[in-house]
Structures are given as structure tokens and as C-alpha cells.
Design a protein around this ligand. Structure first.
Ligand SMILES: Nc1nc2c(c(=O)[nH]1)N[C@H]1C(S)=C(S)[C@@H](COP(=O)(O)O)O[C@H]1N2
Ligand SMILES: [Mo]
Length: 312
């Protein structure tokens, strides 16, 4: 596995110089934002780039190979920038994701406002190699760098009354040009049941292939829930809210009968307009069968007693 990985990432473990220069140039950008009335949150100091190191890694699942970095970063769904997967990378190239603050609020004993830099100091990064299955029928295998959401939830002390977690992208039209358009309920919002959010597989990712997340993949921090369709994994999060009621979500609000709240990958529940029995793994010629829970069968106990064709 290790050698396969090295073939794919010649860049190795550290950030590229270009990325470094880009981050170093952000002071000027913050000043420009301040001039337009957007107050950037002061951050102590950017974490040294070489610290995006992971302390552990899981393994590839049987039959999987890592999707190349160039594929992962040039085929994206990120409607805030474009409705076309092929040009999100280009349209997002000037996105400024630093400084960035995340607020964890709602039904918690200790609400938290934390900069991305502080977050990186507080939560050691793990490499999590996960399958990503989009509801549209394509998939990838991505080596994320991130940390489990349960660690963050533990630190804010979730109140007994909380039952769901709501994750939202920052609403800022200057950063995300399409917010406000196409009749969607912006900002992009997603939700998980508290026990789903607390499952060890659920992570907040800040990098992939040991580099900071590129804008198109949800910089600076995004959710990754590998047993659910990709649309649950909201990008560029700035608010995490503990709530009592099941939150309204972006795609469910847009087309309620096509995109359920649970959105567990399930080959037995077709999308109303196409089958979900198989998928196209980017880079492969033949379609492959889609697996229940995207192959992450350890989450099955979360749904015991539920009818997954009803709670789809
Ligand atoms: N904020 C935001 N998050 C989002 C989306 C989006 O349009 N906006 N698209 C979702 C969809 S449909 C998918 S498949 C994944 C794609 O993640 P990737 O481009 O990093 O592969 O992001 C999800 N998160
Ligand atoms: Mo998707």
C-alpha cells in the first residue's frame, strides 16, 4: 500500500512551495477584505505548513486503489462556485480560506469559537482513506487528513437535549459567488443524528494527500461521512450547531423526494431517476457494484429497527 501511494503522490508529505507562498500572501488579502468591511478574525500565526502530518492511518479496503490527487481535485461538486464538476477548481482558485473561524454552538455546555490554526493544534490529524460515493453514481478513494467529530463534540460538552448536529458552510457572497442563486436555501447545510456524528468514521477533514485541502474540496475544513452519499459531506464549514430537531438540509429542501436526510449509500434504494446498484469509480473502465453503507457495514447498528427504504 505504501509503495502504491508513493507512485501517486510524488509530492510527499509536505506542502508544496506554491501553496506556502499562497498562504504567506494571505495577510494582504485579509487587509483587502477588511477594507470592504469584512472583518477577518485575527489568528495568532498560521500553523507551520510542515505540521500537516498525520499520526495514524487506516488501510485501503479490498479491491480499492487511491484515486490520483489530480482527479480528486479536478472533478468536484461545489455549487457555491459552479454547477459543473469540471471547472470548480478553476472558479475556486482565488478562494481565501484563511483566517477562518469555526463556531460550535447550540445545545452545548461550552460553546467554542476556534480558529483553524488552533483547531490544528488541538486535534491530532489522522489519515483516513475513505471511499466517496456521490449520489450521482461516481466514486473515488481519498486519503483525507482529519480528526473525528466526536473529539470536538466531547470538548464542547453536548447537552442531554441535543439529538442532531447541523453543519453549515459560511454564508458570504464575496467568498462564494453562487450563494443566493438558483433558488437554493443557502448556505449549504447538512445534518447528522448525534450518534452518527459521534461515530468514529465521521471526520472533519482539513487535508488530503497530506496537503491542506484545496478550495475545490472544501477548504479549510469539511465534513466527511464515508457511508453516506457525498452530498452529506458539507464543505467549508464555519458553523456546527447542536440541536433538538432534525435540521433542514440543502438537498432535502431542494428536492425532498430525491435526497433524504439519512442518505446512506444503499444499492437497494434507487434514486427516483436512476439506479444506485452500481457506480463508476473514477479512473476505472467497468462500473462496479455499490455496497450497502458504501462497504462500511460497521455502521449498521445505528439503523437497527429502521426501514431504510422509508428513511432513505
Ligand atoms: N458547501 C458545499 N458542500 C458540498 C457540496 C456543495 O455543493 N457545497 N457538494 C456535495 C457533493 S454533492 C459531493 S459529491 C461532495 C464532493 O466532494 P469532493 O468535490 O471533495 O469530491 O461535496 C459535497 N459537499
Ligand atoms: Mo454528490
Amino acid at each position: 500500500m505504501q509503495s502504491k501511494r508513493e507512485e501517486i503522490t510524488p509530492e510527499g508529505l509536505y506542502f508544496s512551495r506554491r501553496k506556502f507562498l499562497k498562504l504567506a500572501g494571505l495577510v494582504g488579502v485579509s487587509a483587502a477584505l477588511a477594507a470592504c468591511g469584512i472583518k477577518p478574525t485575527p489568528t495568532p500565526e498560521a500553523v507551520p505548513l510542515s505540521t500537516l502530518q498525520t499520526v495514524s492511518s487506516n488501510s485501503l479496503m479490498n479491491g480499492d486503489t487511491l484515486t490520483p490527487y489530480d482527479t480528486i481535485t479536478n472533478y468536484n461538486n461545489f455549487y457555491e462556485f459552479s454547477l459543473s464538476k469540471e471547472d470548480v477548481a478553476e472558479k475556486a482558485q482565488n478562494f481565501v480560506s484563511h483566517p477562518w473561524t469555526i463556531s460550535v454552538e447550540g445545545l452545548v455546555e461550552r460553546p467554542m469559537q476556534i480558529s483553524i490554526d488552533e483547531l490544528l493544534q488541538q486535534y491530532p490529524l489522522e489519515e483516513r482513506i475513505y471511499r466517496m460515493r456521490c449520489v450521482e453514481g461516481w466514486s473515488m478513494v481519498i486519503p483525507w487528513a482529519g480528526f473525528p467529530v466526536y473529539k470536538l463534540l466531547k470538548d464542547v460538552k453536548v447537552k442531554d437535549t441535543a439529538r442532531f448536529v447541523r453543519f453549515a458552510t459560511q454564508y458570504n457572497h464575496d467568498l462564494f459567488p453562487n450563494q443566493g442563486s438558483f433558488g437554493f436555501a443557502w448556505p449549504y447545510t447538512e445534518g447528522l443524528r448525534l450518534d452518527e456524528a459521534n461515530h468514529d468514521l465521521t471526520i472533519l477533514a482539513v487535508g488530503l494527500y497530506n496537503k491542506v485541502l484545496p478550495a475545490q474540496d472544501g477548504a479549510p475544513i469539511r465534513l466527511v461521512v464515508p457511508w453516506k452519499y457525498g452530498f452529506k459531506s458539507v464543505k467549508s464549514i464555519s458553523k456546527i450547531e447542536l440541536v433538538e430537531e432534525q435540521p433542514q438540509t440543502f438537498w432535502n429542501e431542494a428536492v425532498f423526494n430525491e435526497y433524504g436526510f439519512y442518505a446512506n449509500v444503499n444499492p437497494n434504494v434507487p434514486h427516483p431517476r436512476w439506479s444506485q446498484e452500481s457506480e463508476r469509480r473514477l479512473g476505472e473502465a467497468e462500473r462496479r457494484p455499490t455496497e450497502l453503507f458504501n462497504g462500511y457495514t460497521e455502521v449498521a447498528p445505528l439503523y437497527e429497527g429502521m426501514d431504510l427504504t422509508v428513511d432513505f
